[in-house]
Design a binder for this molecule. Sequence first.
Ligand code: GTP
Ligand code: MG
Length: 526
Amino acid sequence: MTVSLDDRLAALRTLRTAGEGRIPDSVATEADRVLERAAERRERSPGYTVVGVFGATGSGKSSIVNALVGADVARTHVRRPTTSAALAVIWDPDGAADLLDWLAVRERVVREAAIDPRATQLVLLDLPDFDSIESGNRAIAEALAAQVDALVWAVDPQKYADDVMHAQFITPHARHREVTLIVLNQIDLLPAADVPRVVASLREIVERDGISKATVMPVSARTGSGIDTLRTAIGELAAARRARDSRLAADIATLAGRMPAPGEPRRLDARAVRHLRDEVGVAAGVDIVSAAVAGSYRKRSRQVTGWPLLSWIARLRADPLTRLGLGAARQGDDPSVHRTSMPSLSSAARARASLAVRQFADAAAEGLDENWRSGIRATVDRSVATLPDSLDLAIARTQLPARGSWWWVIFAITQWAAIVAGLVGVGWLLAAALFPTIGLPPPEIPRVEGWAVPTLLIASAVLAGVLLGIIAAALGALTAAARRRRARRLLLASVEDVVQELVVAPVAAELDRVRDFSAARAVAAA
Ligand SMILES: Nc1nc2c(ncn2[C@@H]2O[C@H](COP(=O)(O)OP(=O)(O)OP(=O)(O)O)[C@@H](O)[C@H]2O)c(=O)[nH]1
Ligand SMILES: [Mg+2]
């Protein structure tokens, strides 16, 4: 996979934002530095290649620069350390000025003849020693090692195997292998027969440092042996004009390697969402409210359709919905400020809801790295805090089925008609008994099949009342059950909206963030 530097930089920016709070602070800071450095380097002298010569004191860095240039531009000495400030050799004073200012290199030498015909846009840096006893030297070398486009490591036959140098300086730059040249200097001090052995040994050590297929160039700054090959290699680096991007790409890849993989995020499971909704619904009192809807219906049904002489008793009982603060009285209330008076989100209910939310989050975060898992947990913990209020509001806003039934009025009229018929029967019988006592002729009492009509009237009125009562109760129970189911559905839909907004969506966003991070990490590390 070939990835452009722009893609890599975009990936690093994604890693930085998506990884906020999830990657170690040190890595985040370093990412900011790399992004800043890349932007700054790309603004300056894009055609130029900055090659720095790094190494331990006395390895011959300054001597190598002089040999490359063909003149004593850099001071060399037996005294250690000699070089204490970076020196730039340039061939075009204007083109690289801005770049050198950014590199903070003040000592500059301008030369006429290029070290290689292809290397006119080159900045060659002689640097202070990397492992210096002078902390200033070390700081300069370290800062420039982070800024140059290509690194030349100068080692000498005495110290080429020094563990500290490899572990502290070369290994951290292993990713820069494409823009790294390893130079074994002072080979004139070795018996000629030993050179291949030392080169092979150095190559092996450098491979262990992580720089595979390293080219180790044996040179002597004193005799000039191997210097031409080194010039050609530097000329090629400059001509390719890829060192700068390659270096920045390696920086990004190194950083991406220091960011732990977040793990494979799961898809959110619809069943898990439903289970969460149901659990939170129970906690929010969906069952209590839907039972109250049914209870309220039954009460009002009894009030209207019950035997009129007793139905006033039903009127005395409070409406279960009103008791929850959800009765007809709230119609016209501003629902945005309305609160139910349910005891629903008692501490037990709260605990049940937050347990369900945390279980949902933990299941969603399964398979992720700990940092990301705890990130998801922290996200839902914030949701849990606002959940009770949002649920109460959602329940209060739900349009519950509260209207009466059309058949109530038919039953009511029939009940009253039966009562009137019964009263007519009673009046009739009373008249028959009392009229003679006040000298009036008693009303005639016809008979049907041997039964007195007024008695039949009373009996059928009582029978009708009982029958109507039974039928109305059965119809009422059926309708109340249907109401309860409908209320439950509506309430659960309201709860689902809240759960979606406060829990599911934030968790899904976190999982998307993990996916973005993983994808960016693959691009950055490619
Ligand atoms: N025999 C031999 N001596 C060399 C060679 N290159 C450098 N020297 C000597 O090694 C000593 C140190 O050389 P410098 O070029 O000053 O070394 P440096 O790496 O720049 O040292 P600092 O600036 O102190 O970090 C000098 O006395 C050089 O003459 C070489 O190829 N062969
Ligand atoms: Mg020097």
